[in-house]
Design a protein around this ligand. Structure first.
Ligand code: NG1
Length: 450
């Protein structure tokens, strides 16, 4: 499938620019099997790179202009000049992801190198459903950065590039963690990855051949540019506020050191186990705080405002504004991290029924404590379980997008038929393009033009 995508990009390149492309880049999307909203808390995730990709055909050009055409988003040539601070396209525009990746590279170069950077022409093709929790955005960010690097014959280690790109994607307005960029650059066929953060590490986890991963798209579009972006950033702020509150609880128990993210508690001087982190998160926080209660607990309003501003939440929301569900959010994050660690052991032993149980627990926790599900996703999880899946849950940031389902490979046909013919689902979802198996795919790579 990705070969035809690369060919499509290369063919269209010649048509658009009247010259052959010099090379292609392919970058995969991902499905997250477990570990939702743990990455920016410094705790592990278990994603898999999938055989749905972004393909870019490119050719260097003189001067600092970058021109791009996206085949699935309008065929118009868009362009910008490479610069240390590239002005944004309107919020939500696909060009912002290209700008994010390229600006992310420029940011890491010394001024002389940055000055010497010339642009390129590009054609982009893709088959990752957009805004469906499958990381089409990070695939485009990574592919764009790799394009610029290749134009300048530069190589950067994959772990380093993944870290650069995690930060680079903040350009579009989400304060995400580093899962998507890391799995895009480090994924392996037939394997999921356990990814740990600060410092970034990835270990391949063999995926059992007898089981397939099937995605069911709810059709609800979690548009990063609108309310889902605000909701995502609000979760991130609640987690950071929870960290401040827990630091106080630790100080009351005699700890002098402070931590920033929950995952820091795994390391010196704390050396907590995952279970101890979970117990602390469950016992030391209240489910919900009003704004004034947070200010009182943290002692300084400016600290609260600083965290909110850092997560793109303007001003002082006051007590008439939203509540802060610090305890509920951290309960999800801490239990989810434990699920990732356990699930990895279960995969190693091939205990897929127990793995499926953890997926269902993860979904319930995402729905009830992290509150990122929605009725269509809950319904898809129920229907998947009635149709023979061993496990099912929402995947990615939530608020819409896809569910991920684990199904015995010899039962995939029956599963697809049962879900597609389910009377409870609207026809728009039962379409074959909305319910489809995926395979673990290799990491992003360069391809010569054939
Ligand atoms: P998606 O599903 O691609 O929006 C987002 C974040 C991840 C992670 C997940 C939730 C970005 C680029 N990605 O993924 O880092 O936090 O949500 O687990 O912000």
């Amino acid at each position: 499938m990705s070969e035809s995508l690369l060919e499509r990009a290369a063919d269209e390149f010649r048509r658009q620019y009247g010259l052959p492309a010099a090379f292609c880049v392919r970058a995969p999307g991902r499905v997250n099997l477990l570990g939702e909203h743990t990455d920016y808390n410094g705790l592990p995730v278990l994603p898999m790179a999938i055989d749905r990709c972004i393909a870019i055909a490119a050719r260097p050009r003189d001067g600092r202009r970058v021109r791009a055409v996206a085949l699935d988003w309008g065929h118009e040539i868009e362009s910008f000049e490479l610069a240390p601070a590239i002005p944004k396209h309107p919020q939500g525009h696909w060009m912002n992801y290209i700008k994010a990746g390229m600006q992310g590279i420029l940011a890491k170069l010394c001024p002389d190198e940055r000055e010497g950077m010339t642009g390129c022409d590009m054609v982009i093709a893709g088959n990752i459903p957009a805004e469906a929790g499958l990381s089409s955005s990070s695939a485009l960010v990574v592919a764009s950065a790799m394009t610029l690097l290749h134009v300048h014959h530069r190589t950067v280690g994959r772990l380093t590039l993944a870290e650069w790109m995690a930060e680079a994607e903040w350009y579009v307005g989400t304060r995400g963690g580093g899962m998507d960029q890391a799995v895009c650059l480090l994924g392996q066929p037939d394997h999921a990855l356990q990814i740990d953060f600060f410092p970034l590490r990835a270990q391949p986890v063999s995926w059992p051949k007898e089981y397939a991963v099937v995605l069911c798209d709810s059709g609800v579009r979690a548009k990063k540019s609108e309310s889902a972006l605000r909701a995502y950033n609000f979760r991130s702020a609640e987690c950071r506020l929870a960290a401040r509150l827990l630091n106080q609880a630790l100080a009351r128990n005699g700890w002098e050191s402070q931590f920033q993210r929950l995952g820091d508690l795994l390391r010196p001087p704390f050396h907590f186990s995952y279970t101890e982190i979970r117990d602390l998160a469950e016992s030391a926080l209240r489910d919900t705080y009003r704004y004034s209660e947070l200010v009182q607990a943290l002692g300084e309003e400016s600290r609260v405002i600083e965290i909110l501003r850092d997560c793109s939440i303007p001003g002082d929301p006051g007590d008439s504004g939203p509540r802060f569900h610090c305890g509920k959010r951290y309960r999800h994050v801490a239990r989810e991290a434990l699920r990732v660690v356990k699930s990895r052991e279960l995969l190693d032993r091939g205990e897929m029924e127990a793995f499926g149980e953890l997926m269902l627990e993860g979904h319930a926790s995402a729905r009830d404590d992290f509150e990122i599900s929605c009725p269509p996703l809950d319904q898809l999880v129920r229907i998947a379980m009635e149709s023979g899946a061993v496990g099912a849950r929402l995947t990615g940031a939530g608020f819409g997008g896809c569910t991920v389902n684990v199904v015995r490979r010899d039962q995939v046909k029956e599963f697809l038929a049962a879900v597609r013919s389910h009377p409870g689902l609207p026809p728009s979802i039962t379409h074959p393009g909305m319910i489809f198996p995926v395979n673990a795919a290799p990491a992003a790579a360069y391809y010569p033009i054939s």
